[in-house]
Design a protein around this ligand. Structure first.
Ligand SMILES: O=C[C@H](O)[C@H](O)[C@H](O)COP(=O)(O)O
Length: 231
């Protein structure tokens, strides 16, 4: 199977999981990325099953709206029963590295509203220790040079992410932030590093999801989907 076929397979399994877990008229939190795009495509026939969806990016909001879902502002809900999203990496404890698509900050905000986080991915995302994928750190643009120095002093190799439209310009997030992609940081203790990076002035958010780790993982490999529940 291709990676896209694996993403579609896990998206189909996720639809059944969502419908089993949530009664009709529930709210739902929705992540961002190619796996989530497959999920939205698979879930669209149930668009009216949900009273509304809180989205983690402008891209996801547009896709949800064009598929008939009602999109709600995060400020209008007190909590969500479930948040579902992909990941760039996930470790055996459900800690994730996210932000390859630049949506990490809003993903973390929506995940923080939810009592349960389901991660959906294909088996290429499973890692023993986070950190092979460059760690995205979203920053206030005027702080980027100083944050780069701090991250380099911690042992990271830092690159400012470039725009896909014009590679001479920085990538700009939905929050008008920039992304620093950091290689080479040891992420042996994801919670400690997530907390430490949050302390650097000008950091909006970093892509370690240990505080908002996954409660459940659906992962596709070959032709089947495996479910893991984390403690
Ligand atoms: O900012 C992007 C998100 O964190 C995505 O969840 C992550 O990059 C995984 O995306 P994909 O499903 O496209 O592999």
């Amino acid at each position: 199977m291709t990676q896209d076929e694996l993403k579609k397979l896990v998206a189909k399994a996720a639809v059944q999981e969502i419908l089993n877990l949530l009664p009709e008229h529930s709210l739902l939190g929705m992540g961002t990325g190619s796996t989530v795009n497959f999920l939205i495509d698979e879930l669209k026939e149930y668009a009216n099953y949900f009273s509304g969806v809180v989205s983690s990016s402008d891209a996801t909001s547009q896709r949800l709206l064009s598929n008939g879902f009602k999109v709600l502002d995060a400020n209008t809900v007190q909590s969500l029963p479930l948040y579902i999203d992909g990941a760039d990496e996930i470790d055996p404890d459900g800690n994730m590295l996210k932000g390859g698509g630049g949506a990490l900050t809003r993903e973390k905000i929506v995940a923080s509203l939810a009592s349960q986080f389901i991660c959906i991915c294909d088996a290429t995302k499973l890692v023993p220790v986070l950190g092979q994928f460059p760690l995205p750190v979203e920053v206030i643009p005027m702080a980027s040079a100083q944050i780069q120095r701090v991250l380099e002093a911690l042992g990271g190799q830092v690159r400012i992410r470039n725009s896909k439209v014009d590679p001479n310009l920085p990538f700009v997030t939905d929050n008008q932030g920039w992304i620093l992609d950091v290689k080479g940081l040891a992420i042996e203790n994801p919670l400690a590093l997530e907390t430490k990076l949050n302390q650097i002035p000008g950091v909006i958010c970093n892509g370690i999801f240990a505080i908002q780790s996954a409660n459940m993982l659906l992962v596709s490999a070959i032709d089947q989907v495996q479910k893991t529940i984390f403690k």
